[in-house]
Write a protein that binds this ligand. Structure first.
Ligand SMILES: *Cc1c(COP(=O)(O)O)cnc(C)c1O
Length: 402
């Protein structure tokens, strides 16, 4: 059997919606993007959502919006995808990495120790779709107000460290009965090809800024900023008599095209009505199987406060070395099952090593990485394939550990 890791889910509804965009005579940012933004607001409950061309550029835009740049520090987990750190570096600020918990997510006590009078933002990352400790993080930003050093009008208005969630994995997850999107000041989702909802490439920024901010006003600003800071978008300009525009901000060019938004417009309602449920089903299939194995450490899925979006099934194997884990992966791959490791902690990657980070300073991130294998999880998987995956993983572990 050959089982891919994460093929995109493309239904007939997706093909119809994309065809509709192609035939409409309008292929870049326009009505489909607006519709996708409305759908995200409707399902997540966020006051405003802006779609952009990736989560990475969404994070950059959010950081720039809060006037974060050279000399500023942004606290991120050591255990994440590189984009979390790169977005900080692209705006000229310094990423400050901290260790994580056993549940893979950023440690609140580690954040507390890392806060200085240069800290401007915290970027929690909901690894695998498991929500971070948002209330504790927000509380910390209030507790540390006296250390906060506002240097712009927006920073003065919020008057604390901002929380910008990297929720690339977490659309559909919930924290204390609120959807992710309503749990940080700004939340960024990814619609990259491998994520729970895709537009091939894309991202969404949910605004949830407290008063006295006006989320609609900030949305309008960000929309304009994402289109070169131009007062009229191409869609408005294309109307008769609409040729004249002005450039009012040093904007970026990070808008989402309608052809891609169409994929998301078709997927999003289906995701909330049944794909998310299918992912949960696969998750519980794995949980039921692996909970009978003494060597397995099961990932988190549901607690009183949190519900995962089941983006990744992050299985861990007790007391194994990195080399043993790699041998298990080789065995599984030879049997035709594609698995992955999420993630290589950033301090293990050349760029960050050269910046002076050392994995020895992040022992929990390393322990999580060392023993982790991500199994396939997507709605197209059949019961027969699931059985083949768990049997293959079990054989691999048992033959590599003895
Ligand atoms: C995928 C991913 C991103 C980047 O998303 P893009 O839309 O590809 O820019 C950022 N952070 C994490 C944790 C991710 O997994």
């Amino acid at each position: 059997m050959k089982i891919p890791f994460s093929p995109p889910y493309i239904s007939q509804a997706v093909i119809n919606e994309v065809t509709d965009a192609l035939k409409s005579g309008w292929i870049t940012t326009g009505p489909k993007v607006k519709k996708l933004e409305d759908l995200v607001c409707q399902h997540v409950g966020a006051p405003n959502t802006l779609c952009v061309n990736s989560a990475t550029s969404g994070l950059m835009l959010a950081l720039k919006w809060y006037d974060i740049g050279p000399g500023d520090e942004v606290i991120i987990p050591a255990y994440t995808y590189a984009a979390t750190a790169l977005a900080v570096m692209h705006v000229g600020a310094t990423p400050i990495m901290v260790d994580v918990n056993d549940d893979f997510n950023i440690s609140v006590s580690a954040i507390e120790k890392a806060i200085t009078n240069k800290t401007k933002a915290i970027i929690p990352v909901d690894i695998a779709g498991w929500p971070c400790d948002y209330d504790e993080i927000l509380e910390l930003t209030h507790k540390k107000k006296s250390h906060f050093n506002p240097e712009s009008d927006k920073q003065q208005l919020l008057n604390r460290i901002i929380t910008i969630a990297d929720s690339a994995h977490a659309i559909g997850a919930k924290y204390k009965n609120r959807h992710i999107g309503l749990t940080a000041d700004i939340t960024v989702f990814s619609f990259h090809a491998v994520k729970n909802i895709t537009t091939a490439e894309g991202g969404a920024i949910c605004l949830n800024l407290p008063k006295p901010f006006d989320n609609q006003k900030e949305y309008n600003y960000l929309r304009c900023f994402s289109l070169n800071g131009q007062t009229k978008d191409a869609f408005t300009k294309s109307k008769a008599g609409g040729w004249k525009y002005d450039i009012i901000y040093p904007g970026m060019k990070i808008n989402m095209p309608d052809v891609l938004a169409a994929i998301g417009v078709a997927q999003l309602p289906e995701y909330f009505s049944n794909i998310l449920e299918k992912r949960e089903h696969i998750y519980s299939y794995y949980q039921d199987y692996f909970k009978t194995k003494s060597w397995a450490i099961l990932p988190n899925y549901k607690s009183n406060d949190k519900v995962s979006s089941c983006h990744l099934y992050t299985l861990r194997i007790k007391d194994i070395t990195e080399e043993q884990r790699d041998a298990i992966i080789d065995f599984i791959s030879k049997e035709g099952v594609s698995v992955n490791v999420h993630f290589q902690p950033l301090p293990m990657l050349t760029l960050f090593k050269e910046m002076g980070y050392n994995i020895a300073d992040f022992p929990i991130a390393y322990a999580n990485f060392r023993s982790e294998i991500s199994l396939p999880i997507y709605p197209q998987l059949t019961e027969q394939e699931l059985k083949y995956i768990v049997d293959t993983v079990n054989n691999a572990v048992e033959s590599c550990l003895c």
